[in-house]
Design a protein around this ligand. Structure first.
Ligand SMILES: [Zn+2]
Length: 336
């Protein structure tokens, strides 16, 4: 797979591509949120570094080095990742996999490449790696990935060339989803893409679980019924929905906020394209007109959700937060 086959991250790919055709540095740091594709890009860059004929578009894909990388058996490439269920990479593993290995000459390629998940390195592990990072053997390139740079020692940061991976656009995420799961409905792919905030890995996880689609339906119906719903029903049935979904309360708030955003768009331009599809959209427009909802009122609803999210983050009482929020939303959705 060449760089051009990876979706998005054009700036990062360009910078890495330049390194492939020139003299690459010894240590790179790929920075970006979890699920953004740091390891995928890091592996592709490693493949380019170990390829006999790399271009700015990455590895050639057909030389022996590329074949070994594709098969996962390149003797000059190693990954040091956080083992599942562990909190940190063991310092002993840093020593055995990296420190005692870097001095040995490469077997096939001109160099050796190490991909290291730096999120898994506690201070002790980072310290163990530091000296080698400061004075790496000529034939060695390190690719570190990290989601939280602030956990890295300043000395690690200063020894690495940092390359930032930015959130993908909604269209790019949608493309990634449809490429992996061609059967996904386009409007569902759009919903996953929007909810994932540009993080492809997260969007792909969402595709594999049902909760987002189910809860999206649920909160949309709730919001559309809000003007008619009684206070008693709000504090009993509706509350129990939130109670059951307690574990991802803030995700539910984000979903609700997305529904209100859609309503705000519909309120200004009823011919706009809607994430909900035509049928729900018509219902939405009816509710908006019937209850004289305008952008300002809808904006207030979003502010109510933000207040609830803040209170929840500050560990406020769940029942009070939810009931207050529902009653405040109800008040905003009263006719007139
Ligand atoms: Zn190649």
């Amino acid at each position: 797979m060449a760089f051009s086959e990876l979706i998005g991250q054009n700036e990062a790919k360009k910078r890495l591509g330049v390194s492939l055709t020139g003299e690459p540095g010894h240590a790179f740091l790929l920075v970006g949120p979890s699920g953004i594709g740091k390891k995928t890009l890091g592996r592709e860059f490693a493949k380019g570094l170990l390829c006999s004929h790399p271009t700015e578009n990455g590895a050639c894909g057909s030389c022996p080095g590329c074949h070994y990388m594709q098969a996962g058996t390149h003797p000059d490439y190693k990954e040091l990742l956080l083992p599942q269920g562990e909190k940190n990479i063991k310092v002993a593993d840093v020593r055995s996999m990296i420190l005692s290995d870097v001095g040995i000459m490469s077997q096939i390629a001109e160099r050796k490449v190490y991909l290291i998940d730096a999120d898994g390195l506690a201070e002790e592990g980072q310290n163990a790696l530091l000296k080698t990072l400061e004075e790496p053997p000529k034939h060695v390139v390190f690719i570190l990935t990290v989601s939280d740079e602030s956990k890295l020692l300043p000395t690690i940061l200063s020894r690495t060339v940092s390359i930032r991976l930015l959130p993908n656009t909604e269209e790019e995420v949608k493309e990634a989803i449809l490429r992996r799961n061609p059967d996904t409905l386009p409007e569902e792919a759009q919903l996953f893409a929007r909810f994932s905030n540009g993080v492809i890995g997260y969007a792909l996880n969402l595709c594999e679980s049902n909760w987002l689609i189910n809860d999206w339906e649920e909160v949309t119906d709730l919001i559309l019924r809000m003007p008619e719903i009684s206070r008693t029903e709000l504090l009993t049935e509706v509350y129990s929905f939130f109670d059951e979904e307690k574990d991802h309360f803030r995700d539910i708030l984000s979903l609700m906020s997305m529904v209100y955003d859609e309503m705000a768009i519909c309120a200004t331009d009823s011919s706009s394209v809607c994430l909900h599809g035509e049928e729900k959209k018509d219902k939405m427009v009816t509710v908006i007109r019937k209850n004289h909802l305008d952008v300002q009122k809808i904006g207030k609803c979003n502010a109510i959700l933000t207040t609830a999210a803040k209170a929840h983050k500050a560990n406020g009482n769940f029942e009070i937060i939810v009931c207050r929020m529902l009653l405040a939303l109800k008040k905003e959705n009263m006719n007139g």
